[in-house]
Design a binder for this molecule. Structure first.
Ligand code: HEC
Length: 100
């Protein structure tokens, strides 16, 4: 009986983790879409604005924090950076880093 319960919990836990991963993914995709206008579809810029696709996660998060805190000069990025939390920077960083 105890074993069945443990297995059930384990199984439910796995399903929960998958659901969370998918939700995070959908949210990251949604946030990243806000950057596409300037940084290009999928973060691949076609103009003078830097590409985001393939940027290293740590670098990405660092830049967002520096824009937010005014430590890195920005024309528009400070405003954008201020709209997101640290956790959201991480989610977007993972999203863009995964694009080849
Ligand atoms: C209105 C145009 C615009 C939008 C929208 C925009 N950016 Fe930017 N981004 C820029 C520009 C221009 C720069 C260069 C720095 C500056 O002048 O602000 C930049 C620079 C960056 C950099 C630094 C890249 C590097 O190689 O160092 C990151 C990271 C970044 N943006 C992330 C984002 C994210 C994430 C979003 C969406 C939430 C976003 N940007 C939305 C215009 C934009």
């Amino acid at each position: 009986m105890k074993k069945t319960l443990a297995l059930t919990l384990l199984f439910a836990g796995t399903l929960g983790a998958v659901a969370v991963a998918q939700a995070t993914d959908a949210r990251a995709r949604f946030m990243a879409a806000n950057c596409a206008y300037c940084h290009g579809p999928d973060g691949k810029s076609r103009g003078a604005i830097p590409s985001l696709a393939g940027l290293e996660k740590g670098y990405f998060v660092q830049q967002m924090k520096e824009f937010r805190d005014g430590k890195r000069d920005a024309t528009v990025m400070q405003k954008h950076a201020m709209g997101y939390t640290d956790a959201e920077y991480e989610a977007m960083a993972a999203w863009f880093a995964a694009i080849k």
